[in-house]
Ligand binder design. Structure first.
Ligand code: PLP
Length: 398
């Protein structure tokens, strides 16, 4: 152990020295099957040759040029590809270095949009419990993840959090999926009414909840009802697709399966598949127009915005996804994997639920399948499974 400020200084980490396809190798020559792609990052496998080549080419040509002075070809190309995927010609893409920065960018876009409208009061952003939007202070304020935010509570915005759409635990036995979806979505309208629509700027949610709930998609018309509520109250809708986007859940954007279009969508992890750090906030054209017409520019920026090499890596990932029809592959193989998991754990007394979309799948552990009693958090069961799986050569995400 050296001078690194390790995530867990009491833990002894193997030294990763090589990645190839689905495998990682440590300095002892041990092979690990990276089943979760880290935290749902590595979407093409490790060191994909096309991406490695694109990075090498770009570094030799132009590694970086500050975007206060220049634009660059890789960010232009990637922005056009993402706008096309988003389905709006005049969508605008703001490139950053990861998921938290993408959500900070979304927060600021939302705020500046409403100020541009002369609606200074609109500043509250509603999110959901059991969610995660990042570790920077704005994104952490949005996150319904007490384990990660409690210590920092005095530094955070105390914005309201509504219930998640979590059918396994919250749909009543006497309730249809459609009824549960509308009951759950109604909690947004109640929150807006309590705060006052004139103060609410946006609602943010993960279309498939990632780490904090364990691969939970919404049910029925939940998101279309959410979209209607947002429209009715002039509240912008932000889809956080940092984990579930970029093809992982079986469509390029997870929101496509909800037949809605958010006003802003954020992506990161799968964008360059871990080859380089990059994230993005994609905003609908009307948001960009309003900000530019009123202020001339978006009041934001980081040094590594639109980093040429990171954008080149992400462009290469997008090309592979397109060429190898990986969106369709994820959908087909996700269904096969889900069926296999359901089959394998059909009679397991401690597997309560197998769920998810595409290749973003999760298993919920319970003490008892009938009562759905969760295991005592003090047992650290998920962490124990992660550790044991890793010592057996499998990486999964608790
Ligand atoms: N949003 C979601 C849904 C995430 O899963 C994560 C990371 O796990 C983030 C935001 C934060 O992204 P990053 O860790 O790249 O800052």
């Amino acid at each position: 152990m050296g001078n690194v400020f390790y995530r867990n200084p009491r833990h002894s980490y193997p030294l990763a020295v090589r990645g190839e396809g689905v495998y990682l190798y440590d300095s002892q020559g041990r092979q690990y099957f990276d089943g979760s792609g880290g935290a749902a990052v590595t979407c093409l496998g490790h060191c994909h040759p096309d991406v490695v080549e694109a990075i090498q080419r770009q570094v030799e040509l132009l590694a970086f040029a500050h975007t206060a002075f220049f634009t660059n070809e890789p960010q232009e190309r990637l922005a056009a590809a993402l706008a096309a995927r988003f389905g709006e010609d005049d969508a605008r893409v703001y490139f950053v270095s990861g998921g938290s920065e993408a959500n900070e960018t979304a927060l600021k876009l939302v705020r500046q949009y409403w100020v541009a409208h002369g609606r200074e009061d609109k500043h509250v952003v509603i999110s959901r419990r059991q969610s995660y939007h990042g570790n920077t202070l704005g994104a952490l304020s949005l996150s319904g993840n007490p384990g990660r935010s409690q210590i920092y509570a005095p530094l955070l915005h105390q914005w309201p959090k509504i219930e998640p759409c979590y059918a396994y635990r919250q749909q009543r036995d006497d309730e249809s999926e459609a009824d549960y979806a509308s009951r759950c979505a109604a909690s947004l309208e109640r929150a807006i009414d309590e705060i006052g629509a004139h103060r609410v700027a946006a609602f943010i949610a993960e279309p498939v909840v990632g780490a904090t709930l364990g691969a939970v998609p919404a049910v029925g018309q939940y998101f279309s009802t959410i979209r209607e509520i947002c429209d009715r109250h002039e509240v912008l809708l932000v889809a956080d697709e940092v984990m579930c986007g970029c093809a992982r859940s079986g469509t390029y954007f997870a929101f496509e399966q909800e037949a809605i279009r958010p006003d802003i969508v954020t992506v990161a992890k799968g964008l360059a598949g871990g080859h380089l750090p990059i994230g993005a906030a994609i905003a609908r054209g009307f948001i960009h127009r309003q900000i530019v017409d009123s202020f001339g520019a978006f009041s934001h920026g980081h040094t590594y915005v639109g980093h040429a090499t990171a954008c080149a890596a992400a462009s290469a990932v997008a090309d592979v996804i397109e060429r190898e029809k990986l969106v369709e592959q994820v959908s087909t193989r996700g269904a096969i994997l889900k069926r296999a998991l359901q089959q394998a754990f059909r009679d397991h007394p401690h597997v309560g639920d197998v769920r998810g979309r595409g290749l973003l799948l999760g298993i919920e552990l319970v003490c008892d399948r009938e009562t759905k009693t969760p295991p005592d958090a003090k047992l650290g069961l998920a962490e124990e499974i992660r550790t044991r799986a890793m010592s057996n050569g499998l990486i999964c995400y608790p």
